[in-house]
Write a protein that binds this ligand. Structure first.
Ligand SMILES: *[C@@H]1O[C@H](CO)[C@@H](O)[C@H](O)[C@H]1NC(C)=O
Ligand SMILES: *[C@@H]1O[C@H](CO)[C@@H](O)[C@H](O)[C@H]1NC(C)=O
Ligand SMILES: [Zn+2]
Ligand SMILES: [Zn+2]
Length: 472
């Protein structure tokens, strides 16, 4: 009887769970040198050489006012995004996640200019969301700025305890005291692999700190594990938020951006605490994608979402600028859906007006009933079935509805072939670089043995998948 009542109560509290919203913005990559008098062949900067030559070369043209696919963000794009967020859902949101790479190393800014740019971005977001808190995470391109100065800029958003931790380490946690969940903000710069540091020309300084090669840089692992343990004891649920995600890049996979030892440790920890982790939110890849984490026995236990960048530019191929609005249950943190907004960049430039529109809603776009590790695992499986449109839909979202003629130069190409679908499928479901490579090669071998028969490789995937799952 008592048990029945409890069940009923729990059912009531789920049903009556208050619905809330939060924005996720990431990878703004503000470039103060962007100029509509510059040229698209040289970062959209107004460089001396192109002033000297007097005219722009015929294969180049002046940059559009809202940005270009091979350049980072002009102020006008960022301002239009802020206005769009305010207009679409400025009031009644719970908070804003801002997951880093506000700045760009390629812009070659001095520390003073970097701080000034961060200040301008902070002011813009403060004016956009006057009554709400914005919770930022550091990106790998936000380095070279003193943490104390950054903390000063963000002092109105972060509670005192968070500021104290942030100043020392760049990570912090937010307790939603009135609710039953809390948010953990990582400083993923502490866990980067050396190669991703070199690739991205990140200076070997991290806000004044030298990169730490120890097993637990700045004690972030100890801190994270303690937080998860405490949350479990208090029966709280958590979100984990950061800039650089674990796993491999789905567009040109192979290596993980995090150091392999940290990548492994992260996945292990998520498995261990999957019962209380209600969501993981990252940026960095600039593309729209997700990941599924499995238990040791192959059961999907947790998921991770990567929101696309505001900047249209990315080393792995461009995308349209994006903004994401999540819908969730505020008492449990359960994510219910999200709406992805985007700007069609060529249209905005030719109209001289930024018309941000809805690109898609998660549940409707993929025909899902809920967002859970299991439903996302099923979705990823559908990528490998040629009779299902899920991959075509996912791929359009991955580049934020990039115009076909631009996408053909960069991505899967006009023909969404099996190899491309597999790269995405393996990246989504295998966060460990070794298992990612196994996933790719086990399919590749099987595809090769199909030989010259002119059958779409995707045709074989359901069979291969079964075989492969059986071997896992
Ligand atoms: C920041 O804003 C101020 C005031 O509008 C402006 O003068 C300055 O050029 C801006 N700096 C950057 C880097 O955006
Ligand atoms: C950061 O700035 C603060 C105050 O401006 C200063 O006291 C501190 O020494 C600086 N830290 C580093 C690592 O440069
Ligand atoms: Zn970035
Ligand atoms: Zn990044």
């Amino acid at each position: 009887m008592i048990r029945d009542c409890l069940v009923l109560l729990c059912w009531l509290c789920t049903v009556n769970g208050k619905i809330g919203y939060f924005w996720h913005i990431t990878d703004i990559h503000y470039d103060p040198r962007y100029s509509t008098h510059g040229n698209t062949g040289s970062m959209c900067w107004n460089t001396r050489s192109n002033i000297d030559s007097g005219r722009i070369r015929s294969d180049q043209r002046p940059p559009g006012m809202f940005g270009e696919y091979n350049c980072h963000s002009p102020w006008a794009l960022i301002e239009s995004a802020a206005q769009a967020m305010r207009a679409k859902h400025g009031e009644g949101i719970e908070f804003v996640l801002w997951t880093g790479d506000a700045l760009s190393h390629t812009a070659g800014m001095s520390e003073e200019l970097r701080i000034q740019s961060l200040k301008n971005l902070t002011d813009l977001l403060s004016h956009t969301f006057t009554g709400q808190f914005i919770f930022p995470a550091l990106g790998h391109e936000d380095t070279g700025v003193n943490f104390t100065q950054i903390a000063h800029l963000w002092r109105h958003w972060l509670p005192n305890e968070a500021l104290v931790t942030f100043k020392k380490t760049g990570f912090y946690t937010i307790e939603q005291r009135s609710e039953n969940y809390h948010i953990i903000f990582l400083n993923t710069n502490l866990w980067l692999s050396t190669s991703s540091i070199i690739d991205n020309r990140v200076p070997q300084r991290n806000g004044g700190q030298v990169i730490d090669h120890s097993a637990d840089p700045s004690g972030q692992w100890t801190w994270l594990e303690n937080n998860l343990r405490k949350a479990r004891i208090k029966a709280e649920t958590v979100y984990i938020v950061g800039h650089t995600p674990p796993g491999v890049y789905e567009r040109e996979g192979g290596a993980s951006a995090l150091h392999e030892k940290h990548n492994k440790r992260y996945i292990r920890l998520v498995r261990q605490y999957s019962d209380i982790i209600r969501g993981q939110f990252f940026g960095h890849w600039h593309s729209d994608t997700f990941r599924v984490i499995y238990s040791d026995t192959g059961v999907p236990v947790s998921w991770m979402m990567m929101a696309p960048s505001l900047t249209p530019s990315s080393p792995g191929g461009p995308n349209n600028p994006g903004l994401r609005l999540y819908k969730f249950e505020t008492n449990t943190g359960q994510v219910l859906d999200y709406k992805q907004f985007y700007l069609n960049l060529p249209d905005a430039n030719s109209a001289g007006k930024a018309n941000w529109i809805t690109e898609y809603s998660m549940l409707a776009h993929y025909d899902l009933k809920e967002i859970t590790a299991l439903s996302l695992h099923d979705l990823a499986d559908r990528f490998t079935q040629s009779s299902d449109s899920a991959f075509v839909r996912y791929y359009a979202a991955n580049t934020v509805s990039l115009p076909r003629e631009v996408e053909e130069i960069w991505g899967c190409g006009g023909a969404l072939n099996g190899a491309c679908a597999l790269r995405h499928y393996c990246a989504v479901t295998r966060l460990n670089p070794d298992s990612y490579r196994d996933c790719l090669s086990s399919y590749a071998d099987a595809l090769a043995s199909v030989g010259s028969q002119r059958v779409s490789p995707l045709h074989y995937v359901p069979y291969l998948l079964t075989t492969w799952l059986a071997c896992r």
